[in-house]
Ligand binder design. Sequence first.
Ligand SMILES: [Fe+2]
Length: 294
Amino acid sequence: MSEYPVNMNVKPDVKAFFDPATNTISYCVKDPSSDACAIIDSVMDIDYAAGRITYDHADELIEYVRSNGLKLEWIIETHVHADHLSAAPYIQDKLGGKIGIGDKIMVVQDTFGKVFNEGTEFQRDGSQFDALFKDGDTYNIGNLEAFAIYTPGHTPACMTHVIGDAAFVGDTLFMPDGGSARADFPGGDAGELYDSIQKVLSLPDDMRLFMCHDYGPNGRDIQWETTVGDEKAHNIHVGAGKTKEEFVKMRTERDATLAMPKLIIPSLQVNMRAGEVPTDKDGKPMLKVPVNGL
Ligand SMILES: [Fe+2]
């Protein structure tokens, strides 16, 4: 990790928001030395059966930022989520801030532009986002210096965001007893995921790690925070020196048994557009279902 500007002496305030509908954890990360903050992986509520979108979860984040007098500088997506819709544009409209994601979003847009048979009006250049991060790119949240690391495997555009002594891993890792995320979506790769996890595990042992999801395995309460040291020692998929071969075999066999996430169809269409709902030829918000396309 020596090539990355790790600074464990900086300790941002992290407030977590759990969404029970999708088991997603969104975060507000605040610079302790100013009012600046960032929101990571927000959630827009959808009743997919009814085609109804609401904003209760996003409003909770917005209320938190407002009531604490914070200034929102960044709205970060760790990746194009397949299990929930991002509320980034809704939050940006209310609070400002720049929407950022990894520059490999272009690969994801190309893949799913084909799956959803999008026309040329759907740009595959990431231009729906305000910032596209490359490996090692730094950015500021007030006086905090943050940086992003490529951690592909779950999807090609996955990045881990490191802010002081806190790293937001997206779906690269789950809590130690949850293991890791699936790697079988188009563009996913179990071997790449293993390598990405090793990058995260090469951060300092006492680095705080914040998950994007938790499903409370074996009936335990929902948790979202651990450390690099804890993952290295105890992660059921990669801890205690599991080899790449062991991991790829386990991940491939396990992924073959998993059903598609309930919200993958609306999530991809919205999230590859930085959280904007697509519109039809008359400008009406409209989602598609590609038949046997996934
Ligand atoms: Fe994901």
